[in-house]
Write a protein that binds this ligand. Structure first.
Ligand code: CDP
Length: 206
């Protein structure tokens, strides 16, 4: 059975952690669509043309070890403003969403543009300081040194660019459930996401 879960929200809101956990809970496939933009951004940072990088994206590009750096995040949100880049990535995402066993896609425009008819939609957010602190800790844990204020500025700049772009801007779909994780533990946030998906008709096993 097809069952599509769309999870959108700003940078470092916890979408990735929540998406992986709900996918495991329901036995659905999971696609982190931010990785597609990060992989395009990484190739563009090496001098490639954005549109041709997006059109020739391969599995290997998604396995690169540098995709989680701040520099690549920034490059990703820059290429993500390009309409032809976004267009080149639509078909792959929609194909993934149609997976027979159920699918969870997380990103910025899943509930609004990629899967407007998704069965369940969540918009996961948190206060900017909380998100920056989580990202700062992730970077530290991965051995990437960064100043907290720099991380906060990067997160805020990227959100402004993502929400302000003309094509497929980041925004909460009218029918999405808002989940503010600022004052929730990871387990509480996952439990609320699971409950919202069950309310929308999601059942383990697709
Ligand atoms: O992990 P984090 O939330 O910081 O970012 P991400 O989900 O990996 O996305 C990186 C960048 O890709 C975002 O800042 C967006 O500019 C872009 N993106 C997008 O435009 N549309 C999506 N569906 C997913 C990501």
């Amino acid at each position: 059975m097809k069952f599509t879960v769309a999870i959108d929200g700003p940078a470092a809101a916890g979408k990735g952690t929540i998406s992986k956990a709900v996918a495991a809970h329901f036995g659905f496939a999971h696609l982190d669509t931010g990785l597609l933009y990060r992989a395009v951004g990484a190739r563009v940072a090496e001098g490639e043309d954005p549109v041709s990088a997006a059109r020739t994206l391969k599995g290997d590009d998604l396995a690169r070890s540098d995709l989680r750096t701040q520099a690549v995040a920034d490059a990703a949100s820059t290429v993500a403003t390009n309409q032809q880049v976004r267009q080149a990535l639509v078909e792959f995402q929609r194909g993934f969403a149609a997976n027979e066993g159920g699918a969870v896609l997380d990103g910025r425009d899943i509930g609004t543009v990629i899967c407007p008819d998704a069965d369940a939609k969540l918009f996961v957010t948190a206060r900017a300081e909380v998100r920056a602190e989580r990202r700062w800790k992730e970077l530290q844990a991965a051995g990437m040194e960064a100043e907290f204020d720099t991380v906060l500025a990067e997160v805020e700049a990227r959100d402004a660019r993502d929400a302000g772009r003309k094509d497929a801007p980041m925004r909460q779909a009218a029918d999405a459930v808002l989940l503010d994780t600022s004052d929730l533990t990871i387990d509480e946030a996952i439990a609320r996401a699971v409950a919202a998906i069950e309310t929308a008709g999601g059942r383990a096993g697709g």
